[in-house]
Design a protein around this ligand. Structure first.
Ligand SMILES: [Zn+2]
Length: 431
């Protein structure tokens, strides 16, 4: 594997001391071997940073990649109407080829905007895993479990298919197969028990939606006698689980999640757009030492996969909600976007230090909105956006550099996604 040298960068290390240093970063065999001034000068691949900001790869800890095809197809609707009148009809006829087209579009966008690893949950997980492998990103990719037929499987064969998917991808260097019981409002006790069994049998992780809306919490409480966190705890599904949203959790539930070393994924843009009401208790979670990561959720409810934008929203929504400008500061949201996500996905990255995987993002400081550079962490959280990304690197391999995608044919991916989206929308009668 070629050696990599990023020269003369403003390195936001995100290490334990949160050091910011000016210097070089070198990687060999996909692992960081030097961070700081005066790296050995020879390398197969040299990137001249010229002072631009180098930071650990961003981690999108909750999304549904193929939903890029449904981007803009049902805006400005309440969540239940949005699902019933737009998303579910459109999803009905999805084919494996559509999923590939949508996933590739998501991978193109994530690579372009600095995401190096993501947690995904959708139908045709195998297709998403294949596309991700080819594009070279890291993926915690989950086979979805629900109590009804999906576009891919009849209900009766869903469990076997999920088991096969997990077995097929176990041990892959970039793809970690996961199990996604969709939520406590779409999965019966039997389905939840099966998810736990499969986790225990295979070591695959659990990824699920949890306490996104007040309606969900009330509905689950009424039907199952416990709130979503309680139901998941009863089925022993919280341990090391990746839990999307957690917008309507109590202080007691935060303690429960922390005790089980679960990971809460804040998806502020999707929550604001769908008006889910509850604001995730981000500060209380940090106080309880609960790991917090950031997610975009699917592009149908965001409508982008720009994690830098999500970090800014995460900070702002907390400040507004708490009437406290000190809440969710720049360092805390950057931590969630990098260290928190890496911990949730077990990537081993999250900090630029010797021995860590070389998952890196280089952010340009050339645009007017990026000057002056008083505080690189503040600039990343409040000034930057995905379009400022110059380079995205996973395990020392350059996936994107200065406008060029190395693993994806951008023009072809966009054209194919447009065609697939058109077909999906018209076959659902939404055009
Ligand atoms: Zn979701």
């Amino acid at each position: 594997m070629p050696t990599l040298l990023v020269k003369d960068a403003t390195i936001v290390t995100q290490d334990a001391k949160r050091r910011v240093v000016r210097g070089d970063l070198r990687a060999e065999e996909g692992v960081i071997t030097h961070v700081g001034p005066i790296a050995p000068q020879h390398a197969d691949v040299v990137i001249e940073a010229k002072g631009d900001i180098l930071l650990p790869g961003l981690v999108n800890a909750h999304t549904h990649s193929p939903m890029t095809l449904l981007r803009g197809l049902g805006d400005d609707l309440p969540l239940e109407d949005w699902l019933r009148t737009r998303i579910w009809p459109a999803e009905k006829n999805l084919t494996r080829s559509d999923i590939e087209a949508g996933t590739d579009l998501a991978l193109l966008e994530m690579t372009r905007t600095g995401t190096t690893a993501f947690a995904d949950m959708y139908f045709y997980a195998d297709a998403t895993a294949e596309c991700t492998k080819k594009a070279g990103l890291r993926g915690l990719i989950a086979g979805t479990l629900v109590d009804f037929d999906t576009p891919e499987h009849k209900y009766g064969s869903l469990r076997d298919a999920t088991r096969k998917f997990v077995q097929r991808w176990s041990g892959h260097p970039l793809i970690s197969p996961a199990i996604a019981p969709h939520s406590t409002y779409t999965c019966s006790d039997e389905t939840l028990d099966f998810a736990r069994q499969l986790r225990d049998e295979t070591g695959a992780r659990i990824h699920t939606h949890c306490s996104e809306t007040r309606f969900e919490v009330q509905d689950v409480l009424q039907k199952r006698g416990a709130r979503p966190v309680g139901v998941l705890e009863k089925h022993d599904l919280l341990r090391d689980a990746v839990l999307a949203h957690c917008g309507w959790v109590t202080k007691e539930e935060i303690q429960t999640l922390s005790r089980h070393a679960a990971h809460a994924v804040h998806c502020p843009v999707s929550n604001l757009k769908l008006a889910t009401g509850g604001t995730m208790p981000f500060m209380e979670m940090l106080d309880a030492k609960l790991n917090v990561a950031l997610g975009t959720d699917g592009a149908a409810s965001n409508n982008t996969l720009d994690l830098i934008e999500t970090a800014k929203f995460a900070a702002l929504v907390q400040k507004q909600h708490r009437w406290d400008a000190r809440a969710a500061n720049a360092q805390q949201v950057l931590d969630a976007a990098t260290r928190g996500g890496a911990r949730a996905l077990h990537t081993g990255s999250g900090a630029l230090e010797v021995g860590a995987p070389a998952d890196l993002v280089l952010v340009s400081t050339r645009a007017p909105h990026m000057a002056p550079l008083h505080d690189p962490v503040s600039t990343l959280a409040y000034c930057a956006n995905g379009a400022d990304v110059r380079a995205t690197i996973v395990a020392g391999r350059v996936l994107y550099l200065d406008g060029q995608h190395k693993t994806l044919d951008a023009e072809r991916v966009i054209a194919r996604a447009n065609e697939a989206a058109e077909r999906v929308a018209s076959s659902a009668g939404l055009r």
